[in-house]
Structure formats: C-alpha cells, structure tokens
Write a protein of this length. Structure first.
Length: 522
C-alpha cells in the first residue's frame, strides 16, 4: 500500500554566523571563523501538510535520497510517544507496548511520498512464499523458509526502541535496542535490553516495502543477516564504523529495575555465514579507563568510577592526527547522562576516541557544554582544511543550561563546537531559538544528509565528516541535509510525560549551510 502526499515548504529561516563564546539570541550573529571563511546556517520547516511518519529513537538508512525507517516509538491514536514516564516502571507504563512502531517505511523527503509495510505482514508474506502460495519455485521456497525462520527468531530488530545503527554502503548494521520480548505478552517484568545484531540490505528491503516481492534467490539470500552477542547488549549508545572496524560507543544495559552502563567503547568486526545467514561479532578491543576484566567481573564498580559512564548523548564524527601525523577519522562523545552519585547530573566535557593515536582516547576538559545539548540530538561536522578546524553543530534536544528537578529542560538552542586538530584547542558556543517554534525539537531526532553534502575521503575511504572545500564551492547556501523525527515537546520541562505534553515528531527541517570568504583587513 502506498500513501502519497505533496511536499510544500514554508521557509522559516534562522541564519547564524559562528565567532564568540557567549550565548546569543537569533537577533545577533555568532561565528565559526577560520582564517578565510565564515559559516552560516539556516533551517526551513516543512508545513503541516507534509505527512512524514511520527517516529523517535528509530533505525534509519538512505538509498537514492530516499529514507528507510523502522523500529522506534510512535504515537498511534494516543500521544504515547515522546518522553517516557520518569516516575513509573520503565516498562508497561513508561514504554506502553502500543507505542512501539510496527511499520517499516520508505519515505521521500522531497515529495512526501511514503510506502509502509507492517512487520507482521512482511513475515506472513514471506511465510506464504515459503509454502509456495503463489507457485514459487523450490529455490525461492527454501530461501524464504530460511529467511522467515530467522525473522521470527530476531523480530526484536524491528520491534525495539533506541537501537544503535550505522550504514555502510548498501547495508545497515544494527546492534541492541530495548523493549518487551517479541512473541510474548509484555509484562512489567519482561522488558529488557537486547543483544541482537543485524545486517540489512537497504535497497532490497526498500523494494519489498514498495511492494516489489520478486527478489531472486541470491537477493533473498542477501536481504538479512541476524545474530546475537551478549557483550554488545546495549541501548542509548551509538554505532560507528572506521575502516574495517565497528565501534559500539557508550550506552547502557537496562533491565526493568536496574541498569549497568557499558563504561567503554567496544571495537569489533562482523563476520557472516552465507549459508545459514547468521551474523557474528568478535570484539577486538575495549577502549575505556576501566580494564576489560573489571568491566566483565565488577561492572557496578566500574559504573561508579568510569568517565565513560554515558548514554543518550551526541556522539559526533571527528578527525584527528594519528601517530604518523596523518589525518585520520574518529568520533567524539559530547556531554551525555548521567554522572554517578549525582542526581541527574550531566557530563559537559568531551571524549575523543583515537584508535590509531598514541592513546586510544583523550578527554577534552576544555570542552564545556554548560549543560546545553547534552542529550541525543542531530549532529553534523564540517572540516575546513585551511584552518585544520572541525565545526560541529548540535541542533536542539535536551539541555538548556538550566537545571530543574528532573534534568535540564528541552531546548531549541543550537550548540556549536570548534576544534583545532593541531593544537587540540576547542570552544563551545550556543545560539538560542534556533528552531523557530514555541515547541521544542531535536531530542532523539536525526540528521540525514542529502547528496549535496560531499564527505571527506582519506586514502579513498569516505569519512562521516563533511568536506568544506568540495561542498561549498561558492557563497550560495547548500542544502546539506534534513533534521527529522525525535521528540516534540510542548513544555520545556523533561518531566513532560503523557498526552498533550510531548509526543513522537513527524517534523522535517531542511538544513542549509553557506561558506563566505571573510574580507581581508586593509
């Protein structure tokens, strides 16, 4: 079934230029200055007739500028999405079963066209094909039986919230997630953090969602890989990929009435069996201030001492100079929650993961987010090779710089970090009211790039950092991507649980960036 709507854009542009380290309103300018260029940002909100799915904490991928969306939470006929109940059981009451999204979507941000397929209907159709319901060949029947069996066993992949995902080429990799057990009646005691791992062929799954079921035997065999790994049991972290390695960064293992943070970054590799369609993961390194033995044998002690005790935070693409002083890709943990022993206290520094550096990580204590944008929100980074500076932007989320009884509030503030790769000197600045709304956006939302954003390549391998020189060839604004989904909060306090207080968002915002040469002083 396909639902089609038109796309009409309402331009609500807020332009900001990035220099000082003081908080400013959108009536003034803030600037991220390199020796020769200044960057400016603007956003354009899509109007209410733009019918994107309302999703938060979901999995996403792209193909040909269209989006694949699944898992996460939604609103349904009730406003059951949004912020979870902070004072309930963190299962049936905080995460009601009917708030979990059962649909897989394809969506075009340029036209608003979308197709959707219920996970249960997908499984039923594959089971029917395995039974030869439409005269399928023996080969198709066999492969569909295998795929159907795996989907049944690993259905949590499509019915969880807040999994860790990363896309590499045509494949989406997924780790973990949280929710009730698939195929069982949800109770107050059976919610858990999953140890699921998955590899999904994005173009093939999008074809199925769009109603094209005529896959070849080879294509059915390449559609899914599933498995489990208890070390990678997590939710609220991020999944990254550098060269041939994957990294599960931060997060926690939450099981109803107790939790243990990962307190680390796990480096690992995937391997697969093309016959059984089983995916495996082998941890190759543990990056932490806690030894692997302590993490394994005394996780609660590690929880009380580790600076990696973070979850639900911006984990942003970055660059660094390796031991040979060559440019290399990495990522950084910005802010995050929660510090041990302090009532809902957030981290405000940054941890840069440097796999091929003299040390595996370094803490940037000079990075101070001032309790702003400390919760998971969209992010993107731009590298200016002339100044060797990274410009990282954090639109909205949670963390308005003001503490309250339940945590710093929802915010429409734009956080901006500038980091010099040579000196390792950093700064953090903010611009208030970046989202032009009395509601609050950004928490658990994502930045999805367009093909206009040219990503930096190092030794012919594409990084996750936007290359300034090739993306901004003139001073004209470039539409580099979209901000989509997440929590839409109607009040500033993060205690905004329930109908009429917050919900899963279907809002889409265009992100435009321009680079302007700074006139030389005479």
């Amino acid at each position: 079934m396909k639902f089609i709507s038109s796309c009409l854009l309402t331009v609500l542009a807020l332009v900001c230029l990035f220099t000082s380290c003081q908080e400013k309103t959108n009536d003034s300018t803030v600037s991220a200055e390199s020796p020769a260029f200044t960057y400016s940002l603007s956003i354009e909100a899509v109007n209410d007739n733009y019918l994107a799915p309302a999703l938060q904490s979901f999995a996403h991928a792209t193909h040909n500028d269209e989006w694949l969306l699944f898992a996460g939470r939604t609103n349904g006929s009730d406003t059951l999405g949004g912020l979870h109940n902070l004072n309930a059981d963190y299962s049936l009451e905080s995460f009601p079963p009917k708030s979990f999204n059962p649909f897989i979507y394809t969506f075009s941000p340029t036209t608003g066209n979308q197709s959707f397929l219920n996970y249960g209907d997908m499984l039923s159709t594959i089971r029917s094909m395995a039974a030869g319901g439409n005269g399928e060949s023996e080969e198709i029947r066999k492969i569909c039986e295998k795929v159907g069996d795996l989907l049944t066993t690993h259905s949590a992949i499509f019915m969880c919230t807040n999994p860790q995902v990363v896309q590499s080429g045509d494949y989406l990799y997924l780790v973990g997630g949280y929710g009730p057990p698939a195929g069982q009646t949800p109770t107050a005691k059976n919610y858990s953090t999953f140890d699921e791992i998955a590899k999904i062929n994005v173009p093939l799954l999008m074809r199925i969602v769009n109603g094209e079921w005529n896959l070849t035997v080879q294509e059915w065999g390449d559609l899914f890989r599933f498995g489990n790994n208890p070390t990678l049991r997590a939710t609220g972290g991020e999944l990254k990929k550098i060269d041939d390695f994957f990294y599960l960064a931060a997060g926690h293992n939450f099981n109803n009435d107790e939790q243990v943070y990962l307190n680390s970054v796990y480096q690992f590799k995937f391997s697969e069996d093309v016959n059984s369609l089983v995916l495996s993961a082998t941890v190759t390194d543990t990056i932490s201030d806690i030894t692997p033995a302590e993490l394994l044998n005394n996780p609660k002690k590690a929880d009380s001492t580790s600076v990696f005790r973070r979850r639900d935070l911006p984990i942003v693409p970055s660059l660094y100079l390796d031991t040979q002083n060559k440019l290399a890709p990495n990522f950084a943990l910005f802010g995050g929650v929660f510090k041990y022993g302090e009532t809902l206290a957030a981290w405000n520094d940054a941890i840069y993961i440097t796999p091929d550096g003299a040390d595996k990580y370094f803490i940037d204590a000079g990075h101070d987010q001032m309790n702003c944008n400390i919760y998971s929100c969209p992010d993107f980074s731009i590298y200016d090779s002339q100044s060797m500076e990274l410009h990282t932007f954090l639109p909205g989320g949670i963390g308005n710089g003001k503490a309250d009884n339940d945590l710093s509030g929802f915010t429409n503030t734009l956080g901006y970090s500038k980091f010099n790769l040579t000196t390792k000197v950093s700064s953090f600045d903010t611009l208030t009211n970046f989202f032009p709304s009395t509601y609050f956006y950004g928490a658990e939302a994502v930045f999805i790039p367009t093909s206009n954003a040219n990503y930096l390549s190092i030794t012919n391998v594409k990084t996750d950092v936007i290359d300034a020189e090739s993306t901004f060839e003139s001073s004209d604004p470039v539409h580099i991507g979209y901000i989509y989904g997440g929590i839409e909060s109607y009040e500033t306090s993060p205690s905004t649980y329930g109908s009429g207080k917050s919900g899963a968002s279907n809002k889409v915002w265009k992100v435009l960036v321009s680079r302007t040469q700074v006139p030389e002083k005479k």
